[in-house]
Design a binder for this molecule. Structure first.
Ligand SMILES: [Zn+2]
Length: 68
């Protein structure tokens, strides 16, 4: 008799919303910041802020086209 593995919720990445600063486990990628010297980082917002969030002013790259 085999025990089913314990049901653990999938680990979701927690990100800080760039707009309101809350930690959310349902982040929305709103910008990708690329740095010439190394790997860039992603900017996330929570679901509530995402629609009204604009990329950071220091992001030097346009957002990639969504239908790429
Ligand atoms: Zn937010």
């Amino acid at each position: 008799m085999t025990q089913p593995p314990p049901k653990t919720p999938p680990r979701r990445p927690v990100r800080m919303c760039v707009e309101c600063g809350v930690l959310t486990d349902d982040p929305v990628l709103v910008a990708e910041v690329h740095q010439g010297t190394g790997p860039g980082f992603n900017v996330y917002a929570c679901r509530g802020c995402a629609p009204s969030t604009r990329p950071h002013a220091d992001c030097q790259c346009p957002l990639p086209p969504s239908e790429a």
